[in-house]
Write a protein that binds this ligand. Structure first.
Ligand SMILES: *[C@@H]1O[C@H](CO)[C@@H](O)[C@H](O)[C@H]1NC(C)=O
Ligand SMILES: *[C@@H]1O[C@H](CO)[C@@H](O)[C@H](O)[C@H]1NC(C)=O
Length: 134
């Protein structure tokens, strides 16, 4: 996700620089505030169970003050080895304030895998290490 986001960002910057007609867009691109918080839980050793109440926790120590009221979404995905696609599927939680640093929800009924990740979307996306749901 980080790779995709920066690819899109470079592409937007290139196009904007090449075309003066896109000057307005370039200006709004530069104003965009990027905050990619590190997810501190779940970690690589985590194992969740369907129906269990769990949380996702992220670092808010660098939250820009402009995002004080920004809301986030957390989605469940999985990453197969040798492939960076996150296969995003279920939304686990949304409409929470990014600044709270954690959100609690119930693990949905999903297939058992050991390569799940959670991705936190605010104004950009960051995924956790791979963990298990059994
Ligand atoms: C999230 O869950 C983990 C594991 O149960 C727990 O150790 C941690 O305190 C929880 N964090 C929050 C913010 O609830
Ligand atoms: C978890 O969120 C609650 C508010 O929902 C907040 O009071 C608490 O400080 C947060 N804990 C962490 C570790 O982010």
């Amino acid at each position: 996700m980080a790779r995709l986001t920066s690819f899109v960002a470079s592409f937007v910057a290139l196009v904007a620089a090449a075309t003066s007609a896109m000057a307005t867009e370039e200006a709004s691109f530069q104003k965009r505030i990027v905050f990619s918080p590190t997810i501190v839980y779940p970690t690589a050793g985590t194992q969740w169970k369907t129906g269990q109440k769990v949380n996702v926790t992220w670092d808010v120590s660098h939250l820009p003050k402009q995002l004080k009221h920004a809301k986030g979404t957390i989605r469940l995905g999985h990453i197969e080895s040798g492939n960076s696609n996150e296969h995003l599927a279920n939304t686990l939680a949304d409409n929470f304030l990014l600044r709270t640093g954690n959100v609690t929800f119930t693990v949905p009924k999903v297939e058992q895998r050991d390569d799940y990740v959670v991705v936190l979307f605010g104004d950009s996306g960051n995924h956790s290490p791979k963990f298990s749901i059994h």
